[in-house]
Design a protein around this ligand. Structure first.
Ligand code: SAM
Length: 386
């Protein structure tokens, strides 16, 4: 059972619920799931990411790899150093930087490697998280802190270097669908007796075509009753990032699968998941505004979006493969004493083990003007599965 909301959470959730209900009425009684998820997560001042709850970390609802261990950011930094060496220096741009933990770890490690970028830019849609990032990064030594800038929009001039995003793609709102007989229905949200409820309507031509593309070209179509989601915002998001990348690499970390595994017949109810106080559940229509809503990433979609935008797929693999390729074992060997060794070993297990974050979490690298193999994929490259 989920924990009960405290008084402040209940008030906040009720305010967002009223806002969403008014938007449903204004839309004629039906909001597609993408519009609902956008409001639930990003409605100004009310959405989960826009408002002030803890969100990430032990006191919040979920823990990401950079929050779980500084080892993750240190490995990301080692990969960034290799890319910056290839590009002859440049900048780093991080999308959706959460609490700023990864930025702090990456900059600290790059300083130790004498490979600092010109700038470390952050583009963050949540004003609340941007404030927390400032507080976190203000504690960095001055030569590191002065490289950090917060952007209001993507840079106009081409960026040479690295674009980073950890667990941002899964937070992009998605559409939901249900295969009914031989046709496709769109699942959305309506109002029933003053509460949110699921509703379905015939999918438009664009969503129907997007769903038809999900089954393998030589395989059976998705079976009647099959429900899942498609993130149609991934393409414009990747295209906008590709448009500002000069020479360099986009490192996209997230949980997800190649398409053939994502839309496997056995995964017939999709991957949509909510996180509230470290409990995962599958009902996005409760606790609006105080719980996270995510869907796994269809990495085939993201890779194709990159290729359509003129980028090359430089590698795809599990988080464990990335960490081993980036030399996590060498970092473990640097522990100063037994106590630190034990702590780092525990953190590394969490990042690496298949039952923890090692296998479900992946890295996709998209790039332009990069011929050398990336260290991230020296241990494993699963690009053929995309
Ligand atoms: C699940 S959190 C991950 C935070 C952080 N990267 C980490 O790994 O701890 C998702 C982050 O993406 C941000 N975000 C969501 N959509 C975004 C977008 N379109 N552009 C930039 N940031 C976005 C959120 O505000 C939040 O900081």
């Amino acid at each position: 059972m989920l924990p009960a909301l405290d008084e402040a959470e209940a008030r906040h959730s009720a305010a967002l619920l009223q806002h969403i209900l008014s938007r449903i009425r204004a839309a004629g009684g039906f909001l597609d799931f993408e519009a609902f998820m956008n409001l639930a997560l990003y409605a100004p001042g009310l959405g989960y990411y826009s408002a002030g709850s803890a969100k990430l970390g032990a006191a919040g609802d979920f823990t990401t790899a950079p929050e779980a261990s500084g080892l993750f950011g240190r490995c990301v930094a080692r990969q960034c150093a290799q890319i910056l060496q290839i590009t002859g220096g440049g900048d780093i741009l991080e999308l959706g930087a959460g609490t700023g933990s990864m930025a702090a770890a990456v900059l600290t490690e790059l300083a130790a490697l004498d490979a600092l970028p010109g700038h470390y830019d952050i583009l963050e849609v949540s004003a609340d998280l941007a404030d927390r990032q400032r507080q976190r990064l203000d504690a960095l030594p001055r030569p590191l802190r002065e490289r950090v800038r917060w952007l209001e929009q993507l840079p106009a001039a081409p960026l040479n270097g690295v674009i980073l995003a950890n667990e941002v793609l899964d937070a992009l709102p998605c559409r939901r669908f249900l295969v009914r007989g031989t046709s496709v229905e769109e699942l959305g949200v309506t109002c029933a007796d003053g509460a949110l409820a699921w509703s379905a309507r015939p999918a438009d031509a664009a969503l129907t075509a997007a769903v038809r593309e999900l089954a393998p070209p030589d395989g059976a179509p998705l079976a009647p009753g099959y429900a899942s989601e498609v993130c149609r915002l991934a393409e414009p998001w990747i295209a906008s990032l590709a448009a500002c990348l000069g020479r360099g690499v986009m490192l996209l970390f997230d949980y997800g699968l190649p398409r053939a595994q994502y839309y496997h017949p056995d995964r017939a109810t999709g991957t949509l998941t909510c996180h509230f106080r470290h409990r995962a559940h599958f009902d996005p229509l409760i606790n609006v505004g105080v719980q996270d809503i995510t869907a796994w990433v269809d990495f085939t979609r993201v890779a194709r979006a990159g290729q359509a935008a003129g980028l090359a797929v430089l590698g795809f693999g599990t988080q464990a493969g990335f960490l081993l390729g980036a030399g996590i074992d060498a970092l473990l060997g640097e522990a100063r004493d037994e106590r630190e060794r034990a702590r780092l070993a525990g953190e590394a297990r969490r990042l690496l083990l298949p039952g923890e974050m090692g296998e479900a979490y992946k890295l996709l690298a998209l790039g332009r003007g990069i011929d050398a193999p990336l260290m991230a994929f020296t241990h494993q490259d699963l690009s053929d599965s995309l």
